[in-house]
Design a protein around this ligand. Structure first.
Ligand code: PHE
Length: 351
């Protein structure tokens, strides 16, 4: 073989290889290219392998030229590989930038806690009837939580509210501050500050020193209600709460009032709605009674009115207090109050 012919073959091989290399656009075809030229049976490898059969002179010049081509192709391959990679990155990002028809990625959506939802529902059913919303302190004086509500010190009625006391003593060395056990202290606070007419509700958190079970939590919400004016009667209480039950539990609810005892109302009642699960026939939800008790209520006790400086001969009022978690439990069929504050997303996501 003539040295000129081999060198020419090498040169045209180099040219062909470089031209082809320039057209490659992905890593796979780059690999095919590498195998075709530089692989064990590749075109360049074949030529280099034949160098051994040439005369010593030719061997030197063709060998040197062949190795140069080999180095060049390897370098060009590496460079092209980088280019292709960059090309792919750009292709991917330009796709992302311009394809406005792709559906958006859904953002994780938050939701309101079931207690917040039921509180809002309860509040708006009362604001629709002209009640204002007021809030009060969760740390309360004995005076408002008990005394002004006709629950004197050492009176056995205090046992109705197991209390969490704050380490704060009055002049006689007695505990005088506690986590409020109900929202009723706001009755006294509001009446003390304002003159009738009063129509308000008080949503808020309460605390009790309580062993927890399916129906008891040591912290929970209440919604208190208070209406005071001249000539308010038990009929007003019944009408208002009936309308409330209708709004929360549905248009054909029946309600039932029975006598109950709370020191700050006279007469005191509890209110039940007919069980919407069995329509009053008796089932598991209503413990076979056909009724679901939803709150305590009554006419504001004359002693409470007098205690805030109102004349009980002129003014009368009604008050009520309910547990929104209990209302939500009845409404949504939740069987354990501890679920509300257990932070289990599997429970919370259902609302
Ligand atoms: N505060 C009472 C309780 O926690 C409920 C209640 C409020 C009853 C208002 C009558 C009037 O049990």
């Amino acid at each position: 073989m003539e040295s000129g012919t081999v060198l020419e073959t090498l040169r045209s091989l180099e040219e062909e290889a470089l031209r082809e290399l320039g057209t490659l656009e992905d890593i796979d075809s780059l690999e095919t290219w590498r195998v075709a030229y530089l692989g064990r049976r590749g075109k360049l490898t074949t030529i280099l392998r034949s160098v051994g059969s040439l005369s010593p002179d030719l061997r030197r010049s063709v060998g040197a030229a062949g190795n140069q081509v080999k180095t060049l192709l390897e370098e060009e391959q590496a460079r092209r590989s980088d280019e292709i990679e960059e090309l792919e990155v750009r292709r991917r990002s330009s796709l992302r930038a311009i394809d406005v028809t792709l559906p958006g990625r859904p953002l994780p959506q938050g939701r309101l806690h079931p207690t917040t939802q039921i509180l809002r529902e309860i509040c708006s059913s009362f604001t629709a009837m002209g009640f204002q919303i007021v809030e009060g302190p969760e740390v309360e004086w004995d005076k408002y939580n008990f005394e002004m509500l006709n629950i004197p010190r050492d009176h056995p009625a205090r046992d109705m509210w197991n209390s969490l006391w704050i380490d704060q003593q009055d002049a006689d060395g007695r505990l005088s501050m506690l986590m409020r056990t109900h929202t009723s202290p706001m009755q006294a606070r509001i009446m003390e500050q304002t003159k009738p007419p009063i129509r308000l509700i008080v949503p808020g958190k309460c605390y009790r020193y309580e062993a927890t079970d399916a129906t008891h939590e040591w912290h929970f919400y209440q919604v208190e209600g208070l209406a005071v004016d001249e000539g308010i009667t038990l009929a007003n209480l019944k009408g208002t709460l009936y309308e409330f039950a209708r709004r929360i539990f549905g248009p054909d609810r029946k309600v039932r009032f029975r006598c109950d005892y709370f020191p700050f109302v006279e007469p005191g009642v509890d209110m039940s709605v007919d069980c919407f699960a069995c329509r009053g026939e008796g089932c598991r939800l209503c413990a076979d009674t056909g009724w679901l008790e939803i709150m305590g209520a009554g006419m504001v006790h004359p002693k409470v009115l007098a205690g805030v400086g109102y004349d009980p001969e002129v003014y009368t009022g009604f008050a009520f207090g309910m547990g929104p978690e209990r209302i939500a439990m009845l409404k949504y069929g939740i069987d354990d109050i501890r679920l509300f504050y257990g932070n289990d997303l599997r429970f919370l996501r259902q609302f």
